[in-house]
Write a protein that binds this ligand. Structure first.
Ligand code: ZN
Length: 55
């Protein structure tokens, strides 16, 4: 079990990828986080490389 990287989701999910690289429970969550990170990047102008990642 892994925790979805979308902090608004908080869902545990089974990572079925070969190399255990899945970050989100669904593509909906990944696009949600991607669009949020995009807005954040464009509003602050900071943190160029860091992906949004809440432990
Ligand atoms: Zn999720």
């Amino acid at each position: 079990m892994k925790a979805c990287n979308n902090r608004a989701c908080c869902t545990g999910f089974l990572d079925r990828t070969k190399n255990s690289s899945a970050l989100y429970c669904s593509t909906g969550c990944s696009s949600q986080v991607a669009s949020r990170a995009y807005r954040k990047r464009h509003s602050s102008g900071m943190s160029l490389a860091a992906p949004e990642r809440e432990a």
